[in-house]
Write a protein of this length. Structure first.
Length: 338
């Protein structure tokens, strides 16, 4: 029903408007008595064999919602009812910011992909932290970044502000230095500044009574030598793992019109499936499985998930796949894993 009726109707409208409209619909449905429990019963697969123990956290199943869908932690409770094993909020920044000018979200239907240049639009970390204080038992990842106006020289302070604000309300952290939509942000992926940033966060982490896992989200556009640097950095800084990968700047092999493919921003969805799996495999093999990897990028089907797990991922996430495949996709994946 979703692919035949609902998706074609939604795809007639502006993608960003549809995103907020969908949020309103999901929130409205959940206000009807017992609907939350009904949705959970329909879309959730519960089985002990799906559980994973990663970074010291018990995940009820290995399929999570990637950052970017629920940036401000406004809908994490409702979204968890669609069967996700965990929800990642963000990217959040210290101060609220509106992001890049609209339009900034584009569907590439012929490629089953999305280009976005949102630019870390969010209400600020304090607002997200307040909403997360109401969480009871949903595993939450906190994806943190810097404000657009903050220079790279001062970026560490922004990440520390977000880290401190979210520490008591998230289960793990994700350091986002790989979004292509904040000017010069990807420069922080270079070995020296990235090592310094992660060491600063680890030092703050180790000051806490009980530390939280810290993961690094990387771009799919890194070369093998840069991926070798990532392996070294993870070992040197002793962070807990890597999320592979963020969106890509590549436009190779796309079928959509030039008007769409020429749009600036990061590409997600099916065009990213192969490359993200290659990055997972490279990191897993060349690190001798030294750290856990969350695989994300072009996850649309159970086969996509099985390929990423076989390549070395411990968990997977999806976002664009949720948009194209519909709310039953998580259940299909978990049932296939069983």
């Amino acid at each position: 029903m979703y692919k035949r009726i609902i998706r074609p109707l939604l795809f007639l409208f502006d993608p960003e408007w549809v995103h907020y409209f969908s949020f309103a619909v999901i929130r409205g449905i959940h206000r009807i008595p017992f609907m939350g429990a009904a949705i959970r019963a329909i879309y959730t697969t519960k089985n002990p064999s799906l559980a994973r123990e990663v970074f010291g956290i018990h995940f009820p199943n290995p399929v999570g919602l990637a950052a970017g869908f629920d940036k401000d932690a406004k809908l994490y409770k409702e979204l968890s009812n669609f069967g996700f094993g965990f929800i990642e909020i963000g990217t959040v920044t210290p101060k609220p910011q509106s992001g890049n000018p609209k339009p900034r979200l584009f569907r590439l239907k012929k490629d089953t992909g999305i280009i976005n240049r949102m630019g870390f639009n969010n209400d600020g970390v304090v607002a997200a932290a307040e909403r997360l204080r109401k969480n009871k038992n949903i595993i939450i990842g906190g994806n943190i970044g810097k404000n657009k106006t903050t220079t790279n020289e001062n970026a560490q302070e922004d990440y520390l502000i977000c880290f401190d604000a979210l520490f008591d309300v998230v289960d793990y952290f994700v350091v986002n230095v790989s979004s292509p939509n904040t000017p010069n942000l990807r420069d922080l992926q270079e070995k020296e500044p990235l090592t310094n940033l992660l060491n600063v966060l680890q030092n703050r982490n180790n000051e806490k009574p009980l530390r939280k896992p810290i993961l690094l989200k990387i771009a799919p556009d890194l070369s093998n030598s840069q991926l070798d640097d990532i392996i070294e950095i993870v070992a040197d800084t002793k962070i807990d793992g890597v999320i592979a990968t963020n969106t890509t700047l590549s436009r190779a092999g796309l079928k959509s019109t030039k008007k769409l493919t020429a749009q600036a921003g990061g590409l997600s969805g099916k065009p990213l499936t192969k490359r993200s799996t290659e990055v997972i495999s490279y990191l897993h093999t060349n690190s001798n499985a030294a750290f856990p990897i969350i695989g994300v990028g072009g996850v649309h089907t159970p086969e996509d998930v099985q390929e990423k797990l076989a390549a070395g991922a411990s968990l997977v996430q999806l976002y664009t796949g949720f948009v194209y495949e519909g709310p039953a996709v998580v259940k299909r994946i978990n049932n296939a894993l069983l």
